[in-house]
Design a protein around this ligand. Structure first.
Ligand code: SF4
Length: 69
């Protein structure tokens, strides 16, 4: 399964945990995370698990169904 991530900007608290876990995929733009590269499924899952705000939503790239990280 190929995964994609969506960032819920209204939920993002800007802690940067996702940037710490997946620095090649996420950056902080001001106080909101932004995805700057596709990232591996593992990197996306790890970032979503690390997010204290639950602001990173993982989706199946084909169906766009939400996937438990
Ligand atoms: S870990 Fe979550 S709350 Fe923190 S910057 Fe990333 S998306 Fe935002």
């Amino acid at each position: 399964m190929t995964l994609i991530a969506q960032i819920d900007e209204s939920a993002c608290l800007g802690h940067g945990d996702c940037v710490h876990v997946a620095p090649n995929v996420f950056i902080l733009e001001g106080d909101v995370a932004e995805q700057v590269a596709p990232g591996s499924d593992e990197a996306l899952r790890n970032a979503a698990r690390a997010c204290p705000a639950g602001a990173i939503i993982i989706l199946d790239a084909d169906t766009h169904a939400e996937v438990d990280p």
